[in-house]
Design a protein around this ligand. Structure first.
Ligand code: UGA
Length: 445
């Protein structure tokens, strides 16, 4: 099948590469010339384990191509995927200007019946808007072509995106016509070999499914973070509570890890957009608003713990920060808890020496220049260098390399043997044996 993927961001690139890997002929299109030139050389704009190999191999085979010219890609194309960004607008709703622009371009370029797939996370009703825009463009050309707009939200986790795409738990397809449903079923057949993973529904249901899934996961996290905070004041270890409730199959073990708050490009944005949608429909988003509120509060919890222990004025204090990315396995720092923490510590006068195994270049590019120039935020070369003369170590992202550190060496490098563990990675008893004072989330030693 001949596919065109528009948008070579995270979703578009993974989608294009994985379809090519499974035998489709794929052209990825982007208006960013520099990005496309780099991709043509096999240079990727993002870090995602396994992606580079798949991109390079499929380019070499000729199954994956990159271009800025949609008109070339569109010739005889059967399926267009819209995978451009939907950033939050000022009122929290998803900004659809890029989706609409791409829809218009497709209408200007398509040459035959085509399925147009919304892959971006878009609010209920977007497919109808896309159809209108495409139809307008066709009318302007004076051409009568049939097309269907399909919703096929992605469920990729950064850091595990290739695996998620190639071996999905489920494939959600919202299609309002038999013809489009059949084409989508054929397209995804190689991903559904062992069992039928496709769940077919109508377009609006599929659009909502994506938001509901992310909001549910965010709800589990915020709920657990709130439980953790209660536990802490009662002398209860939330880690035991987590294991205890996770064993109930109705609750399950996943997404109930308390921490420093959820980040990334999806949960914060999608919860916000769903709150807006809910309000627009006249439904009070009581649960969703609480989920968002708890998360905003949770991102401040580490700084509050530090101030409660070392004082609200942190001038002259130095902190080692382990982890900048919003989660392990990615260099993505969007909405990361680390940013709120650094902001709070710098505002209280502290010096922060940070290290992340993958996100250092990203940090140098994206963190506010004022922080880096003030030389109160230092980017360390390795995790142990970050500890030198620090008054405490703070763990924010649970990278594997931080899981079993050399506690003895840590103790020698730190000025004070204090650990603030924002992801409950360490055993309080074990670190106490090395002479550390330990502060976790929902568990105080
Ligand atoms: C999330 C969803 O998990 C994917 O299914 C979805 O496709 C994607 O959003 C999307 O909409 O594109 P992602 O943002 O990559 O994926 O990251 P997650 O692994 O879900 O983690 C999100 C945040 O929640 C991280 O900051 C993580 O540290 C936090 N988290 C996760 C917790 O604090 N506790 C947990 O138990 C799990």
């Amino acid at each position: 099948m001949k596919l065109t993927i528009i948008g070579t961001g995270y979703v578009g690139l993974v989608t294009g590469a994985c379809f090519a890997e499974m035998g489709s002929r794929v052209t990825c299109v982007d208006i960013d010339t520099a990005k496309i030139e780099n991709l043509k050389k096999g240079i990727l704009p993002i870090y995602e384990p396994g992606l580079e190999r798949i991109v390079q191999e499929n380019m070499a085979d000729g199954t994956l191509q990159f271009t800025t010219r949609l008109e070339d890609a569109a010739r005889d194309c059967q399926i267009f995927f819209i995978a451009v960004g939907t950033p939050p607008g000022e009122d929290g709703s998803a900004d659809l200007q890029y989706v609409r622009r791409v829809a218009a371009r497709i209408g200007q370029c398509m040459t035959d019946y085509a399925v147009i797939v919304d892959k971006s996370t878009v609010p209920v009703g977007t497919a109808d808007q896309v159809a209108e825009v495409v139809q307008e463009a066709l009318d302007t050309r004076g051409i009568d072509l049939e097309f269907d707009v399909v919703s096929n939200p992605e469920f990729l986790k950064e850091g595990a995106a290739i695996q998620d795409f190639l071996k999905p738990d489920r494939i959600i397809v919202g299609a309002n016509s038999e013809r489009a449903a059949k084409i989508m079923t054929r397209l995804y057949a190689p991903f559904s070999m062992n069992r039928d993973k496709m769940i077919l529904m109508n377009v609006r249901d599929a659009e909502m499914t994506k938001y509901a899934a992310n909001a549910m996961l965010a709800t589990k996290i915020s709920f657990m973070n709130e439980i953790a905070n209660i536990c802490e004041h009662l002398g209860v270890d939330v880690e035991n509570v987590r294991k205890g409730i996770g064993s109930d199959s109705r609750i399950g073990y996943s997404f109930i890890y308390p921490g420093a708050g959820y980040g990334g490009s999806c949960f914060p944005k999608d919860v916000k957009a769903l709150i807006k949608t809910s309000k627009d429909t006249g439904v009070d988003p009581a649960v969703l608003a609480a989920v968002e509120n708890r998360n905003n509060l949770q991102k401040k919890v580490l700084a509050e713990k530090i101030k409660a222990r070392l004082g609200t004025d942190l001038s002259g204090r130095r902190f080692a920060l382990w982890g900048l990315a919003f989660k392990p396995g990615t260099d993505d720092m969007r909405e990361a808890a680390s940013i709120v923490l650094i902001d709070n510590l710098l505002a209280a006068g502290a010096i922060v020496c940070a290290y992340d195994p993958v996100a250092m270049a990203q940090a140098a590019r994206e963190l506010p220049e004022a922080w880096l120039e003030s030389s109160r935020l230092i980017l360390a070369n390795d995790q142990y260098q970050a500890l030198e003369n620090a008054d405490a170590m703070i763990l924010v992202t649970e990278w594997k390399t931080f899981r079993r550190p050399d506690f003895k060496r840590m103790g020698q490098l730190l000025n004070q043997k204090i650990i603030f563990d924002g992801r409950n990675q360490y055993d309080p008893e074990e670190v106490a044996e090395f002479g550390f004072e330990y502060h976790g989330i929902g568990r105080e030693a």
